[in-house]
Design a protein around this ligand. Structure first.
Ligand code: KG4
Ligand code: ZN
Length: 334
């Protein structure tokens, strides 16, 4: 293998974003994401529609990603793809495409774990964290506190026992009649609201675990009760409602992150995953970091939500480690 000039094409198709990136020697040259608006209408991701949209998007995205990077297929050293976790039909599209491309170019295949890649997104730009560091990984499907001792040793020291933080944002938005995914909209509306206007309960899970399902239920009952008193309650108070539910989610996230930092005595603390695009969560980490003497790390917005840049970064380290998959064993999911 050529260890001096490593160029990898990476594909991400685990959920409802098709993304393709090209990386050269650890530097992301292109990172394109095609979102799928079709799900907005249904209030959540429809798996069958997601895999069909991936099929439509993938070839043009690969084409443009290569052109934008100034790389020809013959210059590629390997093809990487997200092997899981994710929607099986969506993963299959990326997997099949990657296998076909690697086979036709006679180059290695690399499988990447989606949640590991969210964290390894921290190694795309400077400043990069040093090991060991703690990462609060918050997405639409996962909420995990992870301790990293090297690129591939990711110990999950806390996690949600029910809903993920992104799900809590999206379900609250749905209750408010906002389109899917509602997380970014709650973030926007919250900017003009008072986070202390309404008080929502914070779960009291043991250890470093999270629970968001009780919060969702109490939010639903609260809104139903207020609407019974005033049918215009949501419209008249949208900013305050969004700021308050966001505050409750972030308070819970930060509480366990602070505890994890205390227990592990680690002072390098990072955020990753789609919810790390949330402006109030980013600010909460920065403020807490200043108060507690942490060095904090938050990825650039384009590397927070699902993207192939992070898959490419993880694949780069796997290439260096000689960790390749074969055409026969490369899984759809693991
Ligand atoms: O990592 P991601 O793109 O996909 C998964 O792997 O799940 O995360 C998507 C989640 C969605 O729940 C979305 O609402 C949430 O991230 N999200 C946000 C924001 N941007 C994305 N939640 C709150 N505030 C945001 N600005
Ligand atoms: Zn993700």
């Amino acid at each position: 293998m050529n260890q001096t000039n490593i160029t990898i094409l990476a594909i991400e198709s685990s959920c409802d974003d098709t993304s393709v990136a090209v990386i050269n020697n650890g530097k992301v040259l292109s990172n394109l994401v095609a979102g799928q608006q079709v799900h907005e209408h249904y209030g959540g991701v429809v798996p069958e529609l997601a895999s069909r949209a991936h099929q439509q998007n993938i070839l043009p995205l690969v084409d443009v990603a290569l052109k934008k990077a100034g790389i020809s297929p013959a210059q590629l050293s390997a093809v990487a793809f997200t092997a899981g976790p994710g929607l099986i039909g969506s993963l299959m599209v990326g997997c099949s495409f990657a296998k076909g491309l690697a086979l036709s170019l006679n180059i290695p295949l690399i499988t990447v774990h989606h949640m590991q890649a969210h964290i390894l997104a921290h190694f795309i730009d400077d400043p990069k964290p040093e090991f060991p560091f703690l990462c609060l990984t918050v997405s639409g499907g996962h909420t995990q506190l992870v301790k990293l001792t090297n690129y591939f040793e990711h110990e999950v020291i806390g996690k949600t026992i029910d809903d993920a933080a992104g799900e809590a944002f999206d379900k609250a938005a749905k209750i408010l009649g906002l389109p899917y995914p509602g997380g970014p909209l709650i973030d926007q509306y919250a900017k003009g609201g008072n986070p202390l206007a309404y008080d929502f309960p914070i779960s009291n899970m043991p250890n470093l675990d999270y629970s968001f399902s009780g919060l969702k239920t109490s939010f639903l009952y609260f809104i139903q009760k207020q609407i019974a008193l005033n049918p215009n309650f949501i419209n008249e108070n949208l900013n305050d409602i969004c700021a308050s539910i966001q505050h409750a989610i972030i308070k819970q996230l930060m509480k366990k992150l602070i505890l994890a930092a205390k227990q592990t005595t680690i002072k390098q603390v990072a955020l990753a995953g789609g919810v790390s695009a949330n402006s109030a969560l980013r600010l909460a980490l920065e403020n807490e970091g200043k108060k507690r003497g942490w060095k904090t790390f938050i990825p650039d917005f384009q590397y927070c939500t699902d993207n192939a840049g992070m898959i490419a970064m993880a694949a780069h380290y796997k290439y260096l480690a000689g960790d390749f998959a074969t055409q026969e064993t490369a899984p759809f999911a693991r």
